[in-house]
Design a protein around this ligand. Structure first.
Ligand code: 6PG
Length: 472
């Protein structure tokens, strides 16, 4: 009998996802140019899975309409695979790109394939290797017709939260990949925020790893319950066989990035939509990689002595929990705001509540708090910004002072908290009826005749900022 699902790209993600699909009773075919990976798949000896080294045979093994998902590295490879696929598939067949493709590439591919009569689905897949195997969160977008064929399969293989699958059709064109990109932007922001709490506990409060472990562990038992906090606690208790120190202490402090966080900031800037917590999270990873410069500078500018931290780390950890909650909410809020703006600009048909809902399980940024985001957008689909929701406002209000304390203590002690600071500054501007930006307008007009607008009068104005009128 013919297979219900085909996968191209049998790396860990592809292989795991295919096994997940096979587990749910679907017959599956796999293909990779790397023959060893095909062999590995066949070595699993699953009745439901067969690996092919020949693309023609792979395509022939699928029943119509043929469903082929690509899980290959983003970029040119995706275009090459699509080109090859067009030689073995027919119009009406379904091609899914499950990689982290840039949404503009997806938009282009969607249009090209649609013209040729193929159904194209750009789908974000989150949850890493374990997620792919046991239940990822999936963000498909593009061809809604095709989704009808995929829905039963995807809903079975997705993670389940309260009996509901963490997959839903996101919207038109590149919607799926845009949403996945923002997911990753939020992922960068939350990871950066967590690393700043680590710096504060380690350098400011001079806590030991086992104490830090306990803090993260307890956070994960409350409202901060989330995958990222959970794995952070695990990291603080992970020791290699026979070693006394945790592995973390041996890991270099230069962070790598595949680029999706940067794409989020770039897309946000293109849309003139502020996401400063994500922006500094990208920059801070980049700064971390400039180790040579940091080593050199560290010799010129010695550490500031810690003084703002009292003797009770436990007490301070509560303050830190409050501050983290505040900043984390803000990070999600900025990501949601970006999707709100993209929806207006690109006509995606996104439902922000549905996005929050399918992020509650399976994906890297899954967290208890997404429940609150879901209810905020569910009760008001027109909500312009998460921080304007009354419930959310109420729950973060109690944590603002803690955020101020944490940031100011860190600043006084020379501990860098770019993401916490960005969260707070963003908030203080966001809640300001007036910003000092009238000055920027005046300056622009002064040096470049860029004009300004007046509070009391419609229209644009320009002043010759002549010396005579500059009276001291
Ligand atoms: C996921 C992750 C994943 C991401 C990597 C690392 O949702 O499963 O977001 O898609 O690509 O975890 O990303 P960076 O290399 O950019 O940190």
């Amino acid at each position: 009998s013919q297979s219900a699902f085909g996968m191209i790209g049998l790396g860990t993600m592809g292989s795991n996802l295919l096994q997940n699909i096979a587990d749910h009773g679907y017959s599956c075919s796999g293909y990779d140019i790397n023959k060893e990976q095909v062999q590995e798949l066949n070595d699993l000896k699953s009745d439901n899975i067969k690996g092919y080294t020949d693309l023609n045979e792979f395509a022939e093994s699928l029943k119509s309409p043929k469903i082929v998902m690509m899980l290959v590295p983003a970029g040119e490879i995706v275009d090459n695979v699509i080109k090859d696929l067009l030689g073995v598939l027919s119009p009406g067949d379904i091609i899914i790109d499950g990689g982290n493709s840039h949404y503009t590439d997806t938009e282009k591919r969607y249009k090209e394939l649609e013209e040729k009569g193929y159904h194209f689905v750009g789908m974000g897949v989150s949850g890493g290797e374990e997620g792919a195997r046991r239940g990822p969160s999936m963000m498909p977008g593009g061809d809604k017709e095709a989704y009808k064929y995929l829905q039963p399969i995807l809903e079975k293989i997705a993670a389940q939260v309260n009996g509901e699958p963490t997959v839903a059709f996101m919207g038109k064109g590149s919607a799926g990949h845009f949403v996945k990109m923002v997911h990753n932007g939020i992922e960068y922001a939350i990871m950066q925020l967590i690393s700043e709490t680590y710096a504060i506990m380690k350098d400011g409060l001079e806590m030991h790893n086992d104490e830090i472990y306990k803090v993260y562990k307890s956070w994960n038992e409350g409202r901060l319950k989330s995958y990222l906090v959970e794995i952070t606690a695990d990291i603080f208790s992970y020791r290699n066989e026979g070693e006394e120190n945790i592995l973390l202490d041996s890991i270099r402090d230069q962070a790598k990035a595949k680029g999706t966080g940067k794409w989020t900031s770039q897309a946000a800037m293109d849309l003139h939509l502020p996401t400063p917590i994500i922006d500094v999270s990208v920059s801070t990873r980049d700064l971390s990689s400039k180790k040579d410069l940091r080593v050199e500078a560290s010799k010129i500018y010695p550490d500031q002595t810690a003084s703002a931290y009292g003797k009770s780390p436990e007490e301070y950890a509560t303050k830190l929990e409050n501050a983290f909650y505040f900043a984390m909410v803000s990070a999600y809020a900025q990501g949601m705001h970006l999707m709100y703006a993209a929806n207006e600009e690109f006509d995606y048909d996104l439902n922000l509540d549905v996005i929050a809902k399918i992020w509650r399980g399976g994906c890297i940024i899954r967290s208890e708090f997404l429940e609150d985001i879901y209810s905020a957008y569910n009760k008001n689909p027109e909500l312009k910004h998460l921080l304007l929701d009354k419930q959310i406002a109420q729950s973060i209000s109690m944590n603002i002072t803690a955020a101020r304390n944490v940031v100011s203590d860190a600043v006084l002690n020379g501990i860098a908290t770019p993401a916490f600071s960005a969260a707070l500054s963003y908030f203080d501007n966001f809640r300001s009826e007036t910003m000092p930006t009238n000055l920027i307008q005046a300056q622009r007009d002064f040096f470049g005749s860029h004009t300004y607008e007046l509070k009391a009068k419609e229209g644009v104005f320009h002043t010759k900022w002549i010396m005579e009128n500059i009276k001291e």
